[in-house]
Write a new protein. Sequence first.
Length: 459
Amino acid sequence: MIRRTVEQLTKMIKIENDVTSWNERLIEGVSIDSRTVEGSRLFIPFAGENTDGHQYVRQAIENGASAALWQKNVPGAPADLPVLIVEDTLLALQQLSKAYRDSLENIKVIGITGSNGKTTVKDMTAAVFAEKYRVQKTEGNYNNHIGLPLTMLSLREETEIAVLEMGMSSRGEIELLSKLASPDAAIITNIGESHLQDLGSREAIADAKMEITAGLSSGGTLVYFGDEPLLAERIQEDSLYQTVTFGLATTNSFYPSSIQQLENGSVFLINKAPDIQFNLPVLGKHNVTNALAAIAAANLFDISFKSMADGLSKVALTKMRLEWLEGKKGTRLINDAYNASPTSVKAAISLVSDLPGYSKKIVVLGDMLELGLDEELFHYQTGQVIDPQKIDYVFTYGALGQFIGSGAKAALGPERVFSFQSKEELIQAIDDVLEGGELILVKASRGMKLEEIVEHFSV
């Protein structure tokens, strides 16, 4: 993590007050929560609508912080504390992270964005690169205008590869993150329907994801999902960066020459290394595509295909992403409740449909959020893809989830499709059909908290 004196900080960000009496104070790490300050952290308060972090500056320093930032327009800066006055504390956090990243001369940054799969690709990329390099990656959901700078400031001096996830909710955010991180390689996983509510169209989403090239280092490489025409259309012939594609189509730089789906993952071969077998302990053909993104990026940094295969065989995904759990009555659960979009829900349904060896298969699906004006249609169409020969029961939760049910009833019939607004009633209805040995998929947007359903049925 960042380890600098207050005097060194004054050369990294603009400080408005005289801090020479605090120059020798050592800063080790950054915190934005006064309750978790430890060691010799720099505490950074934010002036929010409901709470103002500046009121906790004294507490943070008493808890061990070496110093704190203070926003210029907030009155009452304590003269007796090591307080560094800045124009804007959020901007100062971002500028500090940029200056620190630029000071790490031996580090290479891999930036990752996309509508679906960016966290999975982050985990896979980190696992692959760890076979050769000292790697750090974005932890949790620290992928926005606050989380990314905090992640960058947590980088160790000896780290060689930083795998940084970049999220967004509106135009311009990924451009900001890219310019802060200055990635040496950037990955765009795909273009889906997430953020349609904010951006209005998949074309606008593609434009937003392409912003990751804004900070791409000179001579850097964009690795993108070549099966998506919206991305290919946006690659300019006179771009200052190189491009590499991945996907299922044979027109891509990296594509699978064979895929075998197993109950506990996938085995696949790729065009670039026909003699190397990749064993991926993660379910779904779409995750083979995610693995190809990591492979394509690793190939840029002289990692052997054998090492890539070794790394992918060890990958562990963030919880609630196709997470296998043992359930009551001998059932098995796939907890995929972390997030959802039409693309990812259809992929999960397809995965469950193809898995052999279960007495019955049940899908429990909740609302997919932030889909814009056509959200009801997207939910209805998702229900329409459910194959009655492969899925036995469909349970939905939420106001939008009922449209998934409506779409599914045409093929499955009303006796196999049930929609609920109450989790208690939903749980009871699932309990009523369980006989033992079923496979249950649980998936929805994060805001629906369907992990509560998983917790009830898991053992």
